[in-house]
Structure formats: C-alpha cells, structure tokens
Design a binder for this molecule. Structure first.
Ligand SMILES: [Zn+2]
Length: 131
C-alpha cells in the first residue's frame, strides 16, 4: 500500500463525513501491520462535544475488529467546496494514536497532490504514558 493509495482511501472516507456545523470534511485511512486498512470520517453532533474525528473513528473501528498494530495513517481534509488542505490529527487524536502506535508511526497528508509525511513523535513529543 503506497502513501498515495492510502491518501486516496482517506479522501474517499471523507466523502462520508457528517459535518453540518464545521463544513470541514475529514477522512482517515489507517494501515494496520497485517495489511488491513480501516477508514473513518468525522461525525459531528449538535452537542459539539459528542463529535468524533475521522482518525479516532478509524482507530476505534480497528480496535473493535481486533486489530491493534498499525503502520501509518493518511488524513485528508477539505472545507466543503474547496480544495484539499494539509490536515493533521488534533490533540485528542494524537493521544489516541500514541496509545497504540510507536513514535515512528507515520502520519501522511496531502495538498495540491503533494504528500507530506511526519511521525507521531514529531506530532506528540513527551506523550503521556502510564507504563
Ligand atoms: Zn481529532
């Protein structure tokens, strides 16, 4: 699975975004070490705190299906009617990713057909761990 293929899956997942409040559609595609891909989109709610991000939707879907080891995630984001823009996981999603992923776990996004890649260690240094 190439990074480009993974970002295309993220974009496809973002098409299912439920975002009537922010009008910002996010999709995520999480590649597991066993080769499976788990996708997610943001799901908003009139009670804003009940919203869930695309990245966490993907992670929770994977966990629910018995998968806990991951290689990388691609994230796509776009305001409705506009072009895709670089979109990184929010702080809560970074913390959730850190529960299951190593510091070298890759996070990929895209703008103007140009991929950019970083690691969880760069996004969440000194992350909270209880072990
Ligand atoms: Zn998030």
């Amino acid at each position: 699975m190439t990074d480009k293929e993974l970002i295309e899956l993220a974009k496809k997942a973002g098409n299912n975004s439920y975002s009537p409040y922010s009008h910002f559609k996010v999709g995520a595609a999480l590649l597991a070490k066993d080769g499976r891909v788990f996708c997610g989109c943001n799901v908003e709610n009139v009670s804003f705190g009940a919203a869930n991000c695309a990245e966490r939707t993907a992670v929770f879907t994977a966990i629910a299906q018995g998968c806990r080891e991951f290689e990388k995630i691609a994230v796509s984001g776009m305001r409705e009617g506009e072009e895709y823009q670089k979109t990184m996981p929010c702080g809560i999603c970074r913390q959730v990713l850190s529960e299951f992923c190593t510091p070298s776990f890759e996070v990929i996004t895209e703008k103007d057909n140009e991929l950019s890649k970083t690691t969880l260690a760069e996004l969440l240094p000194f992350s909270f761990k209880s072990f």
